[in-house]
Design a protein. Structure first.
Length: 277
């Protein structure tokens, strides 16, 4: 009798896309080419965060590959919502998300998947601060990244040195437990999903190296922290995660009675609001 082979794991790759009409076609093709060389079955879910804002949805829809599905909705709702929207429709045993725009080399996907299995991890996080990472971005961004890491470590103690790089992979069972509890739709989504995962006992969260080349044209970043709206919003939302996690205990099982059905996500989710039901 021959050795029975284990079935291949299924990987869902989610690409949130906001105003990426110039790069989205190249992004999708690059990721599809990378995934085709891995040992996994896979699907690619592109979630266009506001498909009337530019031609991102139109351009992405022109790609006719059986592994690629284009999703979207009318209004911009933020990166966090886009990722949740894709995750709710993902079929994979492992679920990856990677930012569009290709600041992060998509070849890192195959590496982070292998690391997930090698370490038996619940979550693998692409990290700019991993010693093997190759990172090319402005010094001021590195300073702010370090400052945010220390801020998050003090407040939430997630245990990884970079929560914000746009490449992560989760085991399906982690997301099934965590996804309905999340509340952040835009800023600080990454830190919320990692904090809630750890709160629920998914402690095997490790870092994997990435290659990152910063594209200044993809950001409106201000070198003056108090003038940068994105940074202010990130700090605000991070403090909100801390307040909900440590003070209000919104992410606990006791709060499930407060969950409402969300037709876009096709599940009951945490809203933080009370109900008489």
């Amino acid at each position: 009798m021959g050795v029975k082979r284990k079935p291949k794991k299924m990987v869902s790759v989610i690409i949130p896309a906001y105003k990426q009409e110039k790069t989205i076609v190249k992004d999708i093709k690059n990721i599809d080419d990378v995934m085709s060389e891995t040992r996994f079955n896979y699907e690619i879910l592109v979630v266009v965060d506001g498909y009337f804002l530019d031609k991102t949805f139109e351009n992405a829809s022109a790609i006719k590959r059986k592994t690629v599905k284009i999703l979207g909705y009318k209004n911009n709702k933020g990166k966090g919502f886009a990722i949740r929207y894709g995750m709710a429709r993902a079929k994979g045993d492992y679920i990856v998300f990677i930012d569009s725009g290709m600041d992060i080399d998509p070849n890192g996907i195959s590496l982070i998947l292998e690391h997930l299995e090698w370490y038996g991890a619940d979550i693998m996080v692409g990290s700019k601060r991993h010693p093997a990472s190759k990172v090319n971005y402005p010094t001021i961004r590195k300073i702010y990244s370090l400052g945010y890491y220390l801020f998050v470590k003090t407040l939430l103690g997630v245990g990884v040195k970079d929560t914000q790089a746009g490449l992560k992979v989760f085991k399906r069972e982690v997301l099934e437990a965590v996804l309905p509890r999340l509340m952040v739709k835009a800023f600080a989504f990454d830190i919320e999903i990692l904090s809630v995962s750890k709160y629920l006992g998914f402690n095997k969260i490790y870092e994997s190296p990435i290659y990152l080349k910063w594209d200044e044209s993809n950001t409106n970043f201000s070198p003056f922290i108090l003038l940068d709206k994105n940074i202010r919003n990130m700090i605000r939302d991070t403090l909100a995660v801390f307040y909900r996690l440590r003070i209000l205990k919104y992410y606990s099982d006791d709060k499930k009675r407060m969950w409402f059905y969300d037709k876009d996500l096709d599940m009951k989710i945490n809203t933080g609001e009370t109900t008489n039901a």
